[in-house]
Design a protein around this ligand. Structure first.
Ligand SMILES: Cc1ncc(COP(=O)(O)O)c(C=O)c1O
Length: 415
């Protein structure tokens, strides 16, 4: 087996911009992307504006910064910034979306009519079900478990191989009671990537909507939500967008806005936010319709620093280098007889390469003692090299893993 080639070495010129990278061998971007000095500069500018302008900074700077952030997020999924909804985290974005689906679950006839106008024939009968998978991040399913008292049922599709969920399994689970399929673009433990278009077509044929949790994909998988037929998309800045905590976003296909009226809301969603009319609620005609209250501007400033870099380099190159480093990791790991519990080829993967270990915590601790940072989930050590990592760092990781992973977790040699 030849060693995979890693492209875009020129991107290593950005390493000096990430202080964390000189302090550790950092291979945990799927948990928290490293921070670039661009974010520090953006944050310093925010603090200066606060000190100079006080509350006037909202109108002179910060509302414009939020529009800039919406443009940044829109640019990486192929839509205009005005269609983006900002949220403090994915869970909040999902909670607002879930509130807007209650009328679909009930089979409200007006909502059915508005969905039909948006091209989805859901019919006027109740659709109490939401389909997700056993590989999805818990907050996705929890939104609808929390609505059990409203009659909402969560259907969880198991994964036959523990790595991904085939389209056939979705086809079996989606029926005329299904309002929504909510699943990940890349699964957070196995790194497996989902093909969005075939799943979107399947959902729409059956009158169901598709929601994609793309937290582990945005920034490394070039995405066009419109071409992919996605209805609802949620993601955030924390990982592959190098933008820290406190900033996430959603996109709701604009044609669905009239049908999906939120019942969880706040004054940032109002069309006339600065009219301060307590007795009037006209939702904004754009993505702000699903927003809540005052956003965290320090978080937004830090996130914009990450997005400056992502937009400058481009998702395609970021994804290619991340995929190549993942292939290199898989190839070295298999040579070292470590067990890869995720897809072996970049085309089927996001940025995560899971190594099977029955008791992973001591392994992750031993690596941290050696200055190598990865994390764990039940039964796996989660490794996630990003564009700023070197081939030598990946080799060092596998060399140390080969030493510290217990013998019983190694693959049985065929020789
Ligand atoms: C796939 C996925 N979805 C969602 C989240 C987090 O959601 P939230 O922003 O609500 O913390 C994560 C990781 O933290 C994730 O990996």
């Amino acid at each position: 087996m030849s060693t995979p080639r890693v492209r875009h070495d020129d991107l290593l010129a950005h390493r000096d911009d990430f202080p964390l990278l000189s302090r550790s061998v950092y291979l945990n971007t799927c948990s928290l992307g490293a921070r670039s000095e661009r974010s520090r500069r953006r944050l310093a500018a925010y603090l200066d504006d606060w000190d100079t302008l006080g509350a006037r900074a909202w109108y002179r700077r910060w509302l414009g910064e939020l529009d800039g952030l919406r443009d940044d997020f829109g640019a990486v999924i192929g839509v205009p910034g005005r269609e983006i909804t900002l949220a403090p985290n994915v869970s909040v974005a999902l909670a607002v979306i879930a509130s807007a689906l209650d009328a679909v679950h009930r089979g409200d006839p007006d909502t059915a009519r508005l969905l039909r106008a948006a091209g989805l024939d859901a019919g006027p009968t109740p659709r109490p079900r939401v389909v997700t998978t056993a590989l999805d991040f818990p907050t996705v399913g929890h939104q609808w478990l929390a609505r059990a008292a409203l009659g909402v049922e969560l259907v969880v599709i198991p994964s036959p191989d523990g790595i991904s969920v085939p389209l056939d399994a979705f086809a079996e689970a989606i029926d005329e009671r299904t309002a929504l399929v909510a699943t990940g673009h890349v699964y957070f433990t196995t790194g497996a990537r989902l093909d969005l278009r075939p799943l979107a077509d399947l959902c729409h044929d059956r009158g169901a909507l598709l929601l994609v949790d793309a937290y582990q994909a945005t920034g490394i998988i070039p995405t066009d939500v419109v071409a992919d037929g996605v209805d609802l998309y949620v993601s955030g800045a924390l990982k592959w967008l190098f933008g820290g905590s406190g900033t996430a976003f959603a996109w709701v296909r604009p044609a669905l806005h009239p049908a999906l009226v939120p019942t969880t809301t706040g004054w940032f969603s109002s069309a006339r936010q600065f009219a301060f009319a307590v007795d009037e609620l006209d939702f904004a005609p754009d993505g702000r319709r699903y927003e809540l209250g005052t956003p965290s501007m320090p978080s937004a400033a830090i996130a914009r620093g990450g997005m400056d870099l992502v937009r400058e380099i481009g998702v395609e190159r970021l994804g290619e280098r991340t995929g190549d480093l993942g292939d290199l990791l898989v190839s070295h790991a298999e040579r070292a007889r470590l067990v890869v519990r995720g897809p072996r080829v970049a085309a089927r993967r996001g940025g995560i390469v899971p190594i099977g270990v029955a008791d992973p915590k001591p392994v992750v601790d031993a690596l941290a003692d050696a200055g190598i940072i990865v994390d764990f989930r039940p039964g796996i050590v989660r490794c996630s090299p990003a564009f700023y990592n070197t081939e030598e760092e990946v080799e060092l990781l596998v060399e140390r893993l080969a030493h510290v992973v217990p013998a019983e977790d190694h693959a049985v040699s065929s020789g």
